[in-house]
Design a protein around this ligand. Structure first.
Ligand SMILES: [Zn+2]
Length: 177
């Protein structure tokens, strides 16, 4: 994939019921990549982590009968992170759905108060150059578990005492003085 920004005029996008779909990788999301890799203990695996992560997105514009403009964002992210219990590699699958009401500057106040009580509707500022990739990255980062742990097949628990296994210990016997 490339690192070009995906910019849309979100009001026009919604008015025309446009749809945008694609597959992005961690190369498109430097902040997210950094977050995932800083958690990774096995830095050797980092390159493969980048290669195997994918984020499939669908952005759908919508205008309702009342003339309100909406965006619907669907994300299907397959990421690799590090289990915070066994420190092993852990696949992380996020399936996310977001609905945004596009705020028209003229009626912003009304709309902001309308959506205040709604859990599943966020306000998105009307913009002629809304950064779709930045939005996707923000939403994934917000959805990331703070301390992900394997639900099944978790490896050995590493004690919190700091007595982590020395990766070179196994080599000791092999090295002749
Ligand atoms: Zn684990």
């Amino acid at each position: 994939m490339n690192n070009h920004s995906i910019l849309i005029d979100n009001l026009v996008f919604a008015k025309n019921n446009e749809q945008l779909t694609g597959v992005l990788t961690l190369a498109d999301f430097p902040r997210l990549a950094e977050l995932l890799q800083s958690e990774a203990v096995h830095s050797v695996a980092s390159n493969t982590e980048v290669a195997t992560s994918s984020i499939i997105y669908t952005l759908q514009g919508k205008t309702d009968a009342a003339g309100q403009h909406y965006l619907h964002l669907k994300l299907n992210a397959n990421l690799k992170t590090t289990c915070q219990r066994c420190m092993g590699e852990m696949p992380l699958k996020l399936v996310l759905d977001f609905n945004y009401l596009i705020g028209d500057a003229a009626v912003n106040d009304i709309e902001a108060s309308e959506i205040e009580g709604s859990d599943d509707l966020d306000l998105q500022q009307a913009s002629v150059a809304m950064d779709v990739k930045a939005l996707i990255e923000d939403e994934i980062i917000m959805a990331m578990p703070i301390a992900p742990i394997h639900e099944q097949n978790c490896g050995a628990i590493i004690t919190q005492s700091g007595e982590k296994a020395n990766p070179f210990a196994a080599l000791k016997g092999l090295i002749k003085p």
